[in-house]
Design a protein. Structure first.
Length: 310
């Protein structure tokens, strides 16, 4: 079965096919994707942005503050604010060199087939004001067969509308099924909820992905998902590490995720000061001892658990 074979054995040289030159190496601020390209390790998420909770211009200013600080990755989705987040990103990136940015969006599961994916993708591109995405993700598993979604993603690559594709909220069984699909091994990331208080993926999904060199995109790395945040910010271990680095507890949570060199984190914030605080985490990484201390305080489960999603 294809799903039992290392992804390298089933992957063609997609960089050559797209006319891109694979990087000779990545910086500590980047990860290498399965297609050989580089992706920033720290980005800005836009879940709940563009909904009118804050003024539109204020949220756009926050995204620009991140861009000006060197945070080049922005993650969004057609679902967020019913397209409003994509419009927000489009306004924020206007005037920036598009080639220096890394823009990711996601397609609804019910739009991820032959009847609707192309239309959804083109609508996202219009809202974003760009003619291509660096990455396009299936937002979560739906009723459209994975084979059909992969075919549509591959066609979008061939047509130059996206550079590469990945998935979101797919668990281990889903990923194994994806690898059994022709060209399913071209998947470049799996975006899932992951933070210090939600470490279930470490039991099975994360080791499996690492065996195929597929990075995780961690959404909600600051534990902004309700009950999962309980006890984290007031933890003695978190506060001790925060004091050692001059961090806030929130910065420690982000540093925990980024301590793993193959992990991508996309914290959400519509406030410039918070975006800049997130960017500063890369300048003061945790020591292995600090990472171990946090791990002891909030251990991963010892058995498989369902993916957390909110």
């Amino acid at each position: 079965m294809v799903g039992d074979v290392h992804a390298d054995d089933a992957r063609d040289d997609r960089n050559t096919r797209r006319g891109e030159t694979p990087p000779h190496g990545t910086t500590p601020q980047e990860v290498t994707l399965p297609d050989g390209s580089a992706m920033p390790r720290l980005g800005m998420g836009t879940w709940y942005l563009g909904e009118g909770r804050r003024p539109f211009d204020d949220e756009a200013t926050a995204l620009r503050a991140g861009l000006d600080a060197g945070v080049r990755l922005i993650d969004t989705a057609e679902m967020y604010a019913d397209g409003g987040a994509e419009r927000l990103v489009g306004a924020a990136i206007d005037g920036y060199d598009r080639g220096s940015l890394y823009i990711v969006s996601k397609v609804y599961p019910h739009n991820a087939g032959r009847r609707h994916l192309r239309r959804s993708l083109e609508a996202s591109l219009r809202r974003l004001g760009t003619d291509y995405l660096d990455m396009y993700l299936l937002h979560w598993r739906g009723s459209v067969p994975l084979r059909e979604t992969v075919d549509c993603m591959e066609q979008a690559v061939e047509d130059g509308l996206i550079r590469r594709w990945g998935v979101s909220n797919l668990d281990l069984n889903d990923m194994r099924e994806l690898m059994d699909v022709s060209r399913g091994s071209h998947c470049c990331v799996d975006q899932v909820l992951y933070h210090l208080g939600s470490r279930g993926i470490e039991v099975d999904l994360l080791p499996w992905l690492r065996g195929r060199r597929i990075p995780v995109m961690a959404y909600c790395p600051l534990a902004q998902a309700g009950r999962l945040r309980d006890g984290l910010l007031g933890s003695a271990a978190v506060r001790e590490v925060a004091a050692a680095h001059g961090f806030t507890p929130m910065q420690v949570l982000l540093a925990f995720v980024l301590h793993q060199p193959d992990m991508i984190a996309i914290p959400r914030s519509g406030v410039p000061e918070h975006v800049l605080a997130n960017a500063a985490v890369l300048d003061s990484p945790l020591s292995d001892a600090e990472y171990a201390e946090l791990s002891r305080a909030f251990p991963a489960p010892d058995h498989p658990v369902p993916l957390d999603m909110e």
